[in-house]
Design a protein around this ligand. Structure first.
Ligand SMILES: [Cu+2]
Length: 65
């Protein structure tokens, strides 16, 4: 499982944007977002760097947790 710290998420729209960003690189990904902890967990076979870049392209700074 991939766990990332993601800065800048504040509401349901952000959750949806980040989830869609991960699913863009892996449509089968299972994504969980914890707004309070500013963490995203993803069950995905995608390269973590690719996932982080997709989240960054959506406007959120992601780093390895
Ligand atoms: Cu938001």
């Amino acid at each position: 499982m991939l766990r990332l710290n993601v800065e800048g998420m504040s509401c349901g729209h952000c959750v949806r944007s980040v989830t869609e960003a991960v699913k863009r690189v892996d449509p089968k990904a299972e994504v969980r977002v914890d707004l309070r902890a500013k963490q995203v967990e993803a069950e995905t076979a995608a390269d973590p760097k690719v996932v982080m870049r997709a989240i960054a392209d959506a406007g959120y700074a992601a780093s390895a947790a």
